[in-house]
Design a protein around this ligand. Structure first.
Ligand SMILES: [Zn+2]
Length: 237
């Protein structure tokens, strides 16, 4: 003869264990996802840094172009200055001098532009230095978080192992017909097979239970199921 009161106590305990196991399994499953997300976020921050570096490279190219332009123009001025000695008429002489003055004026504009670019490079370099420091801290924090999550994963695996050992011991004490019903319900009902009655309602689906159902539970002659959600009902002591 099966002691049903005892069996109900055992499956209530089993439900507690299983709920704990499911929660830990969910937590364990979420860890790789969290790690991935953190890596992705860090990669994105790193790509911002690459953009800053590319920006500087472009500025340096621009500067180089301006410098070469300037150099070519200095050469032109020199060439004109030599030509000045070979000129025969005053008109030609002053025309060439005007031309030299024009190129020189352009050159000072280019020089100003180069100075502006150099200022920009300085600014960008400061930004890069800050960003580098920021990334260093981010990487440190990322590694700390990764370490913590991996430790969590190890801890959870250990807990799960001991919970599963406890589960095995517990299920050994449960009647196979009772256990079969429990297993079937827990699979179909989101991991919740045994629920208490609180007030007059099932704590699985929160429907009010008819008085005769509550009486049946109190009699403890047989397992009583919720008519609505089909879970096993019990009344807490
Ligand atoms: Zn129910």
């Amino acid at each position: 003869m099966v002691n049903l009161e005892e069996q109900i106590k055992l499956i209530v305990e089993l439900q507690g264990l299983d709920t704990h196991i499911f929660r830990l399994e969910d937590e364990l499953e979420s860890i790789p996802e969290k790690l991935n997300l953190m890596e992705e976020e860090f990669k994105e921050k790193n790509s911002n840094f690459k953009k800053l570096e590319d920006g500087i490279k472009m500025l340096q190219v621009k500067r180089k172009e301006k410098e070469m332009d300037l150099e070519a123009r200095e050469g032109t001025i020199k060439k004109y200055q030599t030509q000045l000695y070979q000129i025969k008429t005053n008109k030609e002489y002053s025309a060439l001098q005007e031309e030299i003055a024009r190129v020189k004026a352009d050159n000072s504009l280019i020089e100003e532009e180069i100075i502006k670019i150099l200022d920009e490079v300085d600014n960008e370099n400061r930004k890069i230095a800050k960003e580098k420091e920021f990334l260093k801290q981010e990487e440190f924090m990322l590694n700390e978080k990764k370490k913590k999550l991996n430790e969590d994963a190890d801890r959870i695996k250990g807990e799960l192992e001991s919970l599963k050992t406890q589960r095995l011991e517990l299920t050994g004490k449960i009647e196979s017909s009772v256990l079969a019903k429990y297993d079937r319900i827990i699979k179909n009902k989101d991991g919740l097979a045994v629920v208490p009655v609180a007030g007059e309602s099932c704590q699985g689906c929160f429907r009010i239970l008819p008085p005769q159902v509550i009486n049946e539970i109190k009699m403890k002659n047989d397992l009583v199921f919720c008519e609505n959600c089909a879970r096993i009902l019990y009344i807490e002591d």
